[in-house]
Design a binder for this molecule. Structure first.
Ligand code: GLC
Length: 552
C-alpha cells in the first residue's frame, strides 16, 4: 500500500494532528470546594496528573451558565461561567495553567441549540414579531386548531421534535430535548451572534472547540417531512431512526458550507492555530465532507464513532482502519474515540479485562489519528449500574417508563449517569473525588478501593502505568505521532492486526494479537513496548500487543 511522507514543518504547525487528548467531564472530575460537584479549580489541581501521563490537549465539557437540565449542554448564557464550576478569573487561570504546561485547551461549544431559559429564546417566544422572533425554528401547527406538529420529524433522543408554545401559539423545533430549542442558522443574525461567541472565547485563549451535534445545525428551510425507513433504533452509521430517514434535519447540505464559515472565523486567530472538531454521527463518506479535501477549509477533524461500535476483533478493526484511511487520508486526520460521556465505559464493553484494555490503548495510541481518552478510562472505571428511575440524566428521565430488565440486557446505556460517575482518585470515602463530608453528585463505583489512581500509580503493571508508557512513547516518537499508516495484509495469521507507521525512512511495526491464543510472532525482533511482561520474542501472548522498531 502506498503512503505519503509527511512534511515535518507542516506536522509541527498542525499541533492537533499529533496531539493526545483527554476528555474531562468537569462535573465528575475533581471537586475542590466540597459541594459534591467537580469544578474548574478541580481541573487546575489535577493538571499535573494529566501532564505527567503525557496528555497534551484537554477537552472540557461545557461549564457556561446553564440550568443544568442536560448538565451544561443547555446553555442560558454563552459568555459567563456557571457558578457551581467557578467564575471567569478562574477560567482564565485554567487557560494560563494549561498553557504554562505547553498543553492545549479545547472548549465544548453547543451551537445547535440553547436552553429554553436563554434570554434569546424567552424573547423569541414572547411574540411573532419581536426582534428575535426568527432566531429559533417556529412553525404553525397542523389541523383545525393548529395543535398537530408541523411535520413528522423525530428528535435524536427519541422524543417528538416539536413542542407547542402557548404564548406564540406555534411549535418550536428541537433536535435533542424539548428544553433545548434549535437556533435558526438560516438567519444571518444568529450566525453573527455565534461567531462573536466564538471570538470571545478565542480571545480568552482557548485553542479550539469540540462542536456539539454539528450534524443537526441546519434543517430543510421548507421543513419538509422525512421519508420513511425500516429502522427503529439508532446506529453510529445510519441516519435512520424511529422509522424515518433523517434526510431533512440532519447533515443538511448547508452544514458543510457552515463548517467553512466557522473555519474562517477561527482562522482569524492564527498564532497559535486553533482547531475545530465536530461531533457528527453518520457514515464516514458523508461526515468527511465537514473537513473538505484539503484540510484547509472546514473542520479540522470529526469524531468517528465507528470505533465505539466496532467489535473487538482484528478483522473488524482492520476494516475500520481501512475505512478511516480511505475517507481521511493525509492531509486529513481521523480521530480515535472509544468512549465518551454518552456511551458505555470502555472496560465494561471489554468484559472488565485489563489486558484487553491495554491492548486497546496500544491500538489507540499507535494508529494514525487523534486519540481521545474519556476521563477514568486510563484506570478502567467501570459502568456503574444506576436504575433508570434514579437517573439524573435527562435521557434517563425521559425513558423512565422503559422496563429495567430491558435496559439491563443492552450493552449500550440509556441512563448516561452510568458513564459519568466520579473519577476515582484514591481509597478515601468518595474515592477522593470530594471531601469526606460531601455527597458526590453521582455515586462512585463500588470497586474504588481496587481501582483508583493512587493505587495504580504504585503498581508497575497497572493500566494507568501502561497508559503513561504508551502515551510518552508516542509523544517522543515522530513515527508514531506523525507517520503515515500502512496496514499489513499479508500475515498468515488473521487474528493479528498489524500495521506500520512510517516517517522519514523510520518504520515501526505494531502487532496486536486480538485473540486468546498464543500466536507466532511474524517479526522475531525485540519489542520497544509490549502490553505484557517480557516473553520469548517469537511468540505473542494472548491479547498481547507489541511495537517493534523495524529500522534498527
Ligand atoms: C451531544 C452531547 C450530549 C448532549 C447532546 C445535546 O451529543 O455529547 O451529552 O446531551 O449533544 O447537546
Amino acid at each position: 500500500m502506498s503512503h505519503t511522507i509527511l512534511d515535518d514543518s507542516n506536522a509541527e504547525g498542525e499541533w492537533w494532528k499529533k496531539t493526545t487528548a483527554y476528555h474531562v467531564y468537569v462535573r465528575s472530575f475533581y471537586d475542590s470546594n466540597g459541594d459534591g460537584i467537580g469544578d474548574i479549580q478541580g481541573i487546575i489541581e489535577k493538571l499535573d496528573y494529566l501532564h505527567d501521563l503525557g496528555y497534551e490537549t484537554i477537552w472540557v465539557s461545557p461549564f457556561t451558565q446553564s440550568p443544568q437540565k442536560d448538565f451544561g449542554y443547555d446553555i442560558s448564557d454563552y459568555l459567563s461561567i456557571s457558578p457551581e464550576y467557578g467564575d471567569m478569573p478562574l477560567f482564565e487561570k485554567l487557560v494560563e495553567e494549561v498553557h504554562r504546561r505547553n498543553m492545549k485547551l479545547i472548549f465544548d461549544l453547543v451551537l445547535n441549540h440553547t436552553s429554553s431559559e436563554h434570554s434569546w429564546f424567552t424573547e423569541s417566544a414572547s411574540s411573532r414579531d419581536n426582534p428575535k422572533a426568527d432566531w429559533y425554528i417556529w412553525k404553525d401547527g397542523k389541523g383545525r386548531k393548529g395543535l398537530r406538529p408541523p411535520n413528522n420529524w423525530r428528535a435524536m433522543a427519541g422524543n417528538k421534535a416539536w413542542t407547542y408554545h402557548p404564548q406564540r401559539k406555534q411549535f418550536y423545533y428541537t433536535a435533542f430535548l424539548p428544553f433545548q430549542p434549535d437556533l435558526n442558522y438560516h438567519n444571518p443574525e444568529v450566525k453573527q451572534a455565534m461567531f462573536d461567541v466564538i471570538r470571545f472565547w478565542l480571545n480568552k485563549g482557548v485553542d479550539g472547540f469540540r462542536l456539539d451535534i454539528i450534524s443537526a445545525i441546519y434543517e430543510d428551510s421548507e421543513l419538509r417531512s422525512n421519508p420513511l425507513s425500516l429502522r427503529l433504533t439508532p446506529s453510529d452509521k445510519s441516519l435512520s431512526i424511529f422509522f424515518q430517514h433523517l434526510k431533512n434535519n440532519f447533515l443538511h447540505e448547508k452544514s458543510f458550507e457552515f463548517a467553512t464559515e466557522l473555519r474562517r472565523v477561527v482562522d482569524e486567530f492564527d498564532n497559535p492555530k486553533r482547531v475545530l472538531i465536530g461531533e457528527s454521527h453518520g457514515d464516514e463518506s458523508l461526515i468527511r465532507r465537514f473537513c473538505h479535501n484539503d484540510g484547509q477549509r472546514g473542520l479540522h477533524a470529526v469524531f468517528l464513532f465507528k470505533a465505539i461500535s466496532t467489535p473487538f476483533k482484528a478483522e473488524k478493526y482492520r476494516e475500520m482502519l481501512m475505512t478511516f484511511e480511505k475517507h481521511f487520508p493525509e492531509p486529513l486526520i481521523p480521530t480515535l474515540v472509544f468512549s465518551n460521556h454518552d456511551r458505555t465505559r470502555v472496560i465494561s464493553r471489554l468484559g472488565g479485562s485489563i489486558e484487553k484494555a491495554k491492548l486497546l490503548a496500544l491500538f489507540q495510541f499507535t494508529c494514525r489519528g487523534i486519540p481521545f481518552t474519556y476521563f477514568g478510562d486510563e484506570i478502567g472505571i467501570p459502568r456503574v449500574r444506576i436504575p433508570l428511575k434514579h437517573g439524573k440524566d435527562a435521557i434517563a428521565i425521559q425513558h423512565k417508563w422503559v422496563p429495567q430488565f430491558l435496559v439491563d440486557r443492552s450493552s449500550e446505556i440509556l441512563n448516561r449517569d452510568e458513564c459519568r460517575t466520579p473519577m476515582l482518585w484514591n481509597e478515601r470515602l468518595s474515592a477522593g473525588f470530594c471531601e469526606d463530608s460531601a455527597e458526590p453528585w453521582l455515586p462512585v463505583a463500588d470497586s474504588f478501593r481496587e481501582i483508583n489512581v493512587e493505587k495504580q500509580i504504585s503498581e508497575p503493571q497497572s493500566l494507568l502505568n501502561f497508559y503513561r508508557k504508551i502515551i510518552r512513547l508516542r509523544n517522543r516518537t515522530p513515527t508514531l505521532h506523525v507517520g503515515s499508516l500502512e496496514i499489513v495484509h499479508n500475515l498468515c495469521d488473521r487474528k493479528i492486526l498489524a500495521y506500520r507507521r512510517i516517517y522519514k525512512g523510520e518504520k515501526h511495526m505494531v502487532l496486536l494479537n486480538i485473540s486468546h491464543q498464543q500466536v507466532k510472532n511474524p517479526l522475531n525482533k525485540p519489542a520497544l513496548l509490549s502490553t505484557h511482561p517480557p516473553s520469548p520474542a517469537h511468540r505473542l501472548q494472548p491479547f498481547e500487543g507489541r511495537i517493534i522498531n523495524e529500522s534498527h
